[in-house]
Design a protein around this ligand. Structure first.
Ligand code: SF4
Length: 400
């Protein structure tokens, strides 16, 4: 079972791989349904494919736009380009794009996007007969439905989301954002109005009210919690699922790295029958910015525990403050993302959770070797660390 991580840009792609992803998914500048993400231009896509294949990692490219007539003519050359660079799969939701991919990128396997909302084995079988290699199932399925689909269509690969944000509509098939500020979720440009604070009033029924919780800012009737299926990995493994997917192409490289290594650690422990400290792994998922977690529809198809009506705010206990860009002897060079200062206790995380370090900051040097009291974002600083430092460290700190 592969761990599939998001790669919103080249830097995140490289961290996802360093931190344990078996495969990554990304998008080109067009047709990939994440208009607010940096995405990769054609040169970056070539570099990404080379980097992935050198590291024995697969790379899937989203072409999951619902194409309008004006886009049909532009798709063939892009699909031919993807075919020529050797990406490992295309992620597609639109039947028209599917047909074009068969014609213009015939060597690349096709994965059916969660946007296509495959919710039954019959629908999965339909796509398989047309030549799809894998289905990325809708998030709105129970484990019993997932198991039945695998049994009924055993030769078809199945991918499920295990972690990240959810929509209150079927996989983003939603017009809220289009209606409210002209940003179409179905074109990858959602402004997340489901997280806004609403007040509900029916004009002609002043004595009837919808029973909703409300704070001084309003209410959050449409606000989905974040999915977290870490504790369900033994079940998922048992069902012979081919790929577990982490949502979040627009999240930080720290998010991508930490969620990837946490799921990898949990999976390795299950596979090697080692005792794993699930509390420690859960704690790692609490150290990224997230909403209240839920196991979604995994146990039953009822939206009982999937919405947070109390707050749409992210829970942020830790701050991503930089990444180690160079190590010389016992000095580490940190590309600073957020301020920290002498006296702070910082944590440096590594691909192997067991190697994480907690460091009390005693001295910080700038690039010219001057002693400084605090750091500034977008600078490089240097610190002496009195222990062996593994490579690819990311620095975080508990929010004060
Ligand atoms: S508005 Fe909310 S539910 Fe609709 S697509 Fe955007 S994130 Fe999903």
């Amino acid at each position: 079972m592969e761990i599939l991580s998001p790669a919103g840009n080249l830097e995140k792609l490289k961290y996802a791989i360093k931190y344990g992803a078996d495969a990554v998914y990304t998008a080109g500048k067009e047709f990939g349904l994440r208009a607010q993400s940096a995405n990769l231009n054609n040169n970056e896509l070539k570099e990404a494919v080379n980097f992935c294949h050198k590291n024995d990692v697969k790379i899937y490219v989203t072409v999951n736009v619902f194409a309008h007539n004006s886009e049909i003519n532009k798709l063939p050359s892009y699909l031919e380009f993807l075919d020529s660079v050797g990406v490992d799969a295309l992620i597609i939701s639109d039947p028209g794009v599917f047909v074009l991919a068969k014609e213009h990128a015939s060597q690349i396997p096709i994965h059916i996007s969660t946007q296509a909302n495959v919710t039954s084995w019959k629908s999965a079988e339909f796509w398989k007969k047309l030549g799809a290699k894998r289905i990325i199932l809708a998030r709105e399925l129970t484990k019993f439905e997932i198991r039945e689909i695998k049994k009924k269509v055993p030769d078809l690969e199945l991918e499920i989301f295990v972690h990240g944000a959810m929509c209150m509509s079927y996989s983003g098939r939603c017009l809220l954002s289009s209606f409210l500020n002209g940003r179409d979720a179905n074109r990858g440009n959602c402004s997340q109005p489901c997280r806004w604070e609403y007040q509900l009033q029916e004009k002609k029924r002043p004595n009837e009210s919808f029973p909703i919780e409300e704070d001084k800012f309003g209410t959050y009737i449409l606000n989905s919690k974040d999915l977290c299926l870490l504790d369900q990995l033994p079940v998922i493994l048992d069902y012979d699922i081919d790929s577990i997917k982490i949502e979040g192409r627009m999240k930080s490289l720290y998010y991508v790295a930490n969620v990837t290594r946490t799921y990898k650690s949990a999976l390795d422990a299950i596979k090697t029958r080692k005792d794993k400290d699930n509390h420690k792994l859960r704690a790692e998922l609490d150290k990224i910015s997230h909403r209240v977690y839920t196991e979604g529809f995994f146990h039953r198809f009822e939206a009982i525990d999937t919405q947070n009506h109390l707050s749409s705010a992210y829970i942020r206990n830790y701050q991503f403050i930089g990444e180690i860009v160079e190590q010389k002897e016992n000095f580490v060079y940190i590309a600073v993302r957020a301020k920290f200062e002498i006296g702070d206790k910082i944590e440096i995380i590594f691909p192997d959770i067991a190697e994480d370090l907690i460091v009390q900051v005693e001295e910080i040097f700038d690039e010219d070797d001057n002693l400084i009291k605090f750091t500034k974002p977008n600078t490089i600083v240097k610190m002496y660390i009195d222990s062996d430092i593994p490579i690819h460290g990311i620095v975080r700190m508990k929010i004060k």
